[in-house]
Ligand binder design. Structure first.
Ligand SMILES: Nc1nc2c(c(=O)[nH]1)N[C@H]1C(S)=C(S)[C@@H](COP(=O)(O)O)O[C@H]1N2
Ligand SMILES: [Mo]
Length: 591
C-alpha cells in the first residue's frame, strides 16, 4: 500500500499516538511508541529511562517482525530440503560447516560437555544465533526496509554457500532450501515491517520511532484507522508465526513418514547366515556383578560419535561401493546384493572412540557381521606394504563426505577387518552406518570405522590426510590399553563390608592378561578376570573389596597380552587417545 507524503506523515504521527491504546486493549502489551508520552522538556533522569524503554520497545517491534519472518523462512526450508536432500537444510549445512571448522580442542570439549547431545547443543546454539539475527534484521527493517531485506538475503547466501561447500553436496540444487528460506523470509519481513510502520516508504530512510520529532506529533482524526492497522499488524505477525510453525511441523511429519519408509525397507532386509560364525562366547565372559556394562552392548545403548547432523538414510537399491586407487589392478563397484552374496564373517569386537576420556563411556562391544575386507582387497590386486604394495593408506569415504584413513597393513594382517552389514544379529541401524560400515579391531573409530561407506580408495599417508587428521588428530591410532571401574559409581556411599568393585578392560588385538585394583595408596591387588571373549573384545573383571568406613579412592590398571602395564601417565585425548588410570572416590558408610 503506497501513501502520499501527507497521508504518510499523518499516519506516522497518528500511529505513534494511537498504538498504545490499541496495544493496551490487546492485553497490556507495551510498545516504544507508547512511551512517547512525556513532554519535550522532561527532566534528564526521566529521559534516560525513557530512552531505554524506547530501545526495548523498538527491539520488541523488531522481534515481532523478524521472528515470524525467521520462523517462516525455516518452515519454508523444511519441505524444500525434504525434496532436494534432507542434509541440505540451512541449519544442517551451517551446522556441518561449523563442525568442520571447529578446532579439535573445542570439539573435544563439546563432546565432553554435551556428550552425545553435542549435536543438539550445536543446533540449539545455531537457532539462538538465528533468533538474535532475526530480531536484528527486524529492527533494521523497521528503519530501512531494503536493508532488512538485504540482511535476510545475505543469510540466504551464507546458507547457500555452506550448502554448496559441504563435502557431500549433491550439486547446485543443495542451495535451494537456503534460497527459498531467504525469499520467504524476506517477503514475510517486508509484509510485516510494512504493517508495523505503515507510514514508512521503501525508499524512506525512515523515522526513528524513538526520535524527538515523534514526541511533538499530535494525533489527528485518523487515529482510529491506524489503531486498526496496528491491530492488523499484530494479527498478521501472530498468524504468520502460527502458519509457519504449522507448516514446519507438517513438513517434519512428512519427512518422518519418508524416514519410516526407509526404515521399512531396512526391516524387509534378511541377512544371510555367516559362513564363518563367531565362536560362541565362553560361559564365564560376564562377572555377574550388578552395575557392570553388559558384555555385548545393545545397539541402542552403544555410544555414538559422528559429524552427521542428519543421519543419512541410504536406499540400499541405489547404494554402490567403489573400490579403486593405487595398486588396485582390478577396480570394481559392488552393489549391496553382491556383497551379501559373498561368504560373510561374524565376530565380536570392541569399538573405542579416540575422544574417550579415561573412565569414559565411548566404548562398546558388538557382534559384527560382514565381508572380510582383506579378501576384497586381495581380489582387487592390492598387496600390503610388507609385500611390496605401494599404497599404505586405505581411505574410506562415506555418503556424507566423511573420510577415514586406515593403514592397509593393519587391514590385511589377518585381523577380522570387516565391511560390516550387521550388528548383534540385525542389519546395521541407520545411526550405525546402514547399509555398510567398516570395523577394524584394534584401531580407534576415527581411523577405522567409517559409517555409511560408499568408496574405498587406496593411496598413501604422504598423499592424503583424512578428515580428522586435517584436524590435528594422529594419522595412525592403535587403541591404548585401558581399564574402567563401572561399580561402585563415583561419589557413591557403599556400606562397609565386602563391596564388589568391577568393570571392564580393553586392549584390542593384544588382549587383557591381568587387572589390578589399588585402594588409596595401598598395594596393587589382583582382580578376578572373567573369561576372555577374544583378543579383540573387552574383558570384565571384579574385585571383592573389604571396605572400611571413610573416604577411599579406588584405582584400576590393566596389563595387556604383551605384558605391558597400562601407563599411569595422563595424556589428553588429542592427538591419539587418552592414557592414564581410572580412579573412583567413594565414601564408605559405617554399618
Ligand atoms: N561417516 C562417518 N563415519 C564415522 C564417523 C563419522 O563422523 N562419520 N565417526 C567415527 C568415529 S570418531 C567413531 S568413534 C565411530 C563411532 O561409531 P558408532 O557411532 O557406531 O559408535 O564411527 C566412526 N565413523
Ligand atoms: Mo571416534
Amino acid at each position: 500500500m503506497r501513501r502520499t507524503g501527507g497521508q504518510a506523515a499523518r499516519a506516522r504521527a497518528a500511529g505513534r499516538m494511537a498504538y498504545p491504546g490499541a496495544l493496551r486493549r490487546l492485553g497490556g502489551l507495551r510498545h516504544p511508541i507508547g512511551w512517547h508520552t512525556h513532554p519535550p522538556g522532561a527532566p534528564l533522569r526521566t529521559r534516560g529511562v525513557t530512552n531505554l524503554r524506547r530501545t526495548l520497545g523498538r527491539t520488541a517491534l523488531g522481534a515481532a517482525c523478524g521472528l515470524p519472518a525467521g520462523f517462516a523462512a525455516l518452515a519454508a526450508a523444511e519441505p524444500t530440503a525434504a525434496a532436494v536432500r534432507p542434509a541440505a537444510g540451512p541449519v544442517t549445512v551451517v551446522g556441518g560447516a561449523a563442525i568442520d571448522r571447529t578446532p579439535a580442542a573445542v570439539k573435544d570439549w563439546a563432546i565432553r560437555a554435551f556428550g552425545e547431545s553435542d549435536k543438539l547443543a550445536l543446533q540449539a546454539g545455531i537457532l539462538a544465533v538465528l533468533a538474535l539475527c532475526a530480531v536484528l534484521v527486524g529492527v533494521l527493517a523497521l528503519r530501512h526496509r531494503r536493508l532488512g531485506t538485504a540482511g535476510v538475503l545475505l543469510f540466504g547466501a551464507v546458507g547457500a554457500a555452506a550448502a554448496l561447500g559441504r563435502p557431500d553436496s549433491g550439486g547446485p540444487a543443495d542451495a535451494l532450501p537456503s534460497l527459498v528460506a531467504a525469499a520467504v523470509g524476506a517477503a514475510v519481513l517486508h509484509f510485516l515491517a510494512t504493517r508495523a510502520t505503515p507510514g514508512l516508504q521503501p525508499t524512506d530512510p525512515g523515522p526513528d520511532p524513538a526520535s524527538d520529532s515523534a514526541r511533538t506529533g499530535s494525533a489527528p482524526a485518523g487515529s482510529a484507522t491506524t489503531a486498526g492497522s496496528r491491530r492488523g499488524f499484530l494479527v498478521a505477525a501472530g498468524a504468520t508465526t502460527v502458519g509457519a510453525v504449522a507448516a514446519g511441523a507438517s513438513g517434519r511429519a512428512l519427512a518422518g513418514r519418508r524416514g519410516q519408509a526407509a526404515a521399512a525397507s531396512r526391516e524387509a532386509l534378511r541377512l544371510p547366515p555367516p559362513a564363518s560364525p563367531a565362536p560362541p562366547l565362553p560361559a564365564g565372559v560376564a562377572v555377574r556383578v550388578p552395575g557392570v556394562s553388559p558384555f555385548t552392548t545393545p545397539a541402542a545403548d552403544f555410544y555414538r560419535v559422528d559429524t552427521a547432523l542428519v543421519v543419512p538414510e541410504v536406499d540400499v537399491s541405489g547404494w554402490r561401493l567403489r573400490l579403486h586407487g593405487e595398486g588396485v589392478t582390478r577396480p570394481r563397484t559392488y552393489t549391496f546384493a553382491e556383497l551379501l552374496a559373498r561368504p560373510l564373517t561374524e565376530r565380536y569386537a570392541t569399538l573405542t572412540c579416540v575422544s574417550n576420556e579415561v573412565g569414559g563411556p565411548y566404548v562398546g562391544t558388538a557382534r559384527w557381521l560382514g565381508v572380510p575386507l582383506a579378501e576384497l582387497l586381495r581380489e582387487a590386486g592390492v598387496r600390503p606394504p610388507s609385500q611390496g604394495g605401494r599404497a599404505d593408506q586405505l581411505v574410506a569415504r562415506s555418503v556424507d563426505g566423511m573420510t577415514i584413513g586406515t593403514p592397509v597393513e593393519d587391514v590385511m594382517d589377518g585381523r577380522d577387518a570387516l565391511l560390516a552389514v550387521g550388528m548383534n544379529g540385525e542389519p546395521l541401524p541407520f545411526e550405525r552406518g546402514f547399509p555398510v560400515r567398516m570395523v577394524v579391531p584394534g584401531l580407534y573409530g576415527y581411523v577405522s570405522a567409517c559409517k555409511w561407506i560408499e568408496e574405498i580408495e587406496l593411496t598413501t599417508f604422504a598423499a592424503h590426510d583424512a578428515y580428522w587428521v586435517r584436524r590435528k588428530w594422529a594419522r595412525r591410532a592403535p587403541v591404548k590399553t585401558q581399564s574402567r571401574i563401572d561399580t561402585p559409581r563415583p561419589f557413591s556411599r557403599p556400606a562397609a563390608g565386602v563391596v564388589m568393585v568391577a568393570g571392564v578392560a580393553w586392549a584390542q588385538r593384544r588382549g587383557i592378561r591381568r587387572v589390578e585394583v589399588r585402594v588409596d595408596d595401598g598395594p596393587w591387588q589382583e582382580a578376578r578376570l572373567a573369561a576372555e571373549g577374544t583378543v579383540d573384545t573387552w574383558r570384565q573383571w571384579s574385585f571383592p573389596w573389604r571396605a572400611t568406613p571413610g573416604g577411599h579412592t579406588l584405582t584400576v590398571r590393566a596389563t595387556d597380552g604383551t605384558g605391558a602395564v597400562q601407563t599411569e601417565r595422563r595424556t589428553r585425548t588429542v592427538p591419539d587417545g587418552a592414557s592414564g588410570r581410572h580412579g573412583v572416590f567413594v565414601t564408605v558408610t559405617a554399618p
